[in-house]
Design a protein around this ligand. Sequence first.
Ligand code: TYD
Length: 209
Amino acid sequence: MKGLFITLEGGDGAGKSTQIRNIERFFEEKGLLVVHTREPGGTHISEKLREILLDNSNTEMSDVTEMMIYAAARAQHVRELILPALERGDIVICDRFVDSSVAYQAYGRELGDMVSIVNSYATGGLSPDITFWLDIDPAAGRARAAKAGDLDRLEQEKLDFHYRVYEGYRLIAEKEPDRVKRIDASDTVDNIRDNIYEYLDALCRSKGI
Ligand code: TYD
């Protein structure tokens, strides 16, 4: 694969959007083509699945259904948008990917190992070159997210759900330190950006970019 696949992860209110814009700028200044996308979503079909997933009126959705719809949206996204972009040599920046399903569905919903197995089919084994986990305490993040607007179906979950999600992210970062970089999201916006840029400089050097 010629391009680079970069993902951002974190709980509500971690400030992912601001840092995604900074990452875009980093690569655009190098004259590279950047594709900015998100999960669930990114393609027409996946955005339709997103509406079902985040709809507050879907209170009867079972946890396994939820997990599989996230995976279905991802399967389409990988095949229709992400892989073709990487094959062209573009930089793909994705707001959330499989780690979200592991954190929210395997740990938050307590579905366990099934989530990784289903998602390895969904992605065909595609894994990011680097993942930034914007680490914010769940209570602080939730307060920020609530201030920013209405909470969706997942965001409305109780705080103990969000602490399980947090523990999921912590374990992923511990298990895959080469790929997943923990970023202190309680720091200033500029320090977070500088921290991310250091990792990106190292990644670009290692890839000859
Ligand atoms: P979004 O509005 O994109 O949230 P955020 O701005 O926090 O990224 O909504 C995505 C929601 O879906 C978010 O609460 C996390 C959840 N989610 C999962 O539970 N599993 C997944 O695999 C993904 C991609 C997201």
